[in-house]
Design a protein around this ligand. Sequence first.
Ligand code: AHG
Ligand code: MN
Ligand code: MN
Length: 341
Amino acid sequence: MKFQSIITIDRHFIDQEKKFPYATGEFTKILYNLSLAAKIVTRDVRKAGLVDIIGITSDSNSSGEVQKKLDMYANDVFVNVMNHDGIVCALASEEVDSLIELDESAWGGRYVVMFDPLDGSSNIDANVSIGTIFSIYKRQSPVGGPSQLRDVLQPGYKQIGAGYIIYGSSTMFVYTTGNGVHGFTYDPSCGEFLLSHPNMKTPKKGAIYSINEGNWNSFDPATQKYISFLKESDKESNRPYTSRYIGSLVADFHRNLLYGGIYIYPGTAKSPDGKLRLLYECNPLAMVIEQAGGKATNGQKRILDITPKDLHERTPLFIGSPDDVDQAMDFIREQEKHTVT
Ligand code: AHG
Ligand code: MN
Ligand code: MN
């Protein structure tokens, strides 16, 4: 029997660390802790239908949305694994209004971690794929004291690591530290994430578009024109595109990363900044897509160049294959010409 080389996620983290001669192992420990939390959440997502951890609680998060129990459970798991070894000085979560309070043992930490603990939570009860998104930065405030807001309000290009976990037909851990994007599939029989998708690249151009088209009437004219264009028939440019929308950003993003295409959550007249959060959703996925050869913009500028002003800031998002994102931007620029003149 031919034995294939097996690369566990821990081995991969260590191999990446070796590329940095002054690495202390602390950053690797953060990645390791994230993968540990992913295993714990996987276990509980898998049995969510069996135990009393699903169902709506009476609490709502900072954005006024109803939280599900599993959101809060996943939040607690990620906070718990991050907050015990003094490596992380600041933690922020989509589910928590302000910076998560850490005790003095975190004051010496040199890293900042932000996450969306459960993305796609409206899909939990329907057994549809959900995910976790994470983002890692270096601390900005002096080491030795409590963390400050400036530690978390950094532009996305300063991320030193980012990724997501998708709880789908299998669980996958996909991450980048700026050296390409690598995907691992969880093998429950040995309790390990194994390298299944080394050096992931997104196609230059795809044939899928993902947008909540129910919001059509509130899209700006440029987005409407672009979507209408994608539906036209033209063999040469592979149109009409296929429409795919799960409503779990992680799952929509992951599929489009593999197959190529564009995901759009635009601003609307009522919510000019759209729905998605810059720090917990857009920045980490923007780092991943750029590392995979794709692009991410808010329609005006690169997502990773936005300097956040607020922990829960939202932004419109156009993300995916580079040619598709460029083409969407062409429609926006064309519309702007008409608006100006
Ligand atoms: P979350 O479950 O973390 O609140 O995120 C939900 C997000 C995202 O996952 C998804 O793409 C989007 O909301 C769907 O929004 P619509 O229902 O408005 O399409
Ligand atoms: Mn989310
Ligand atoms: Mn969430």
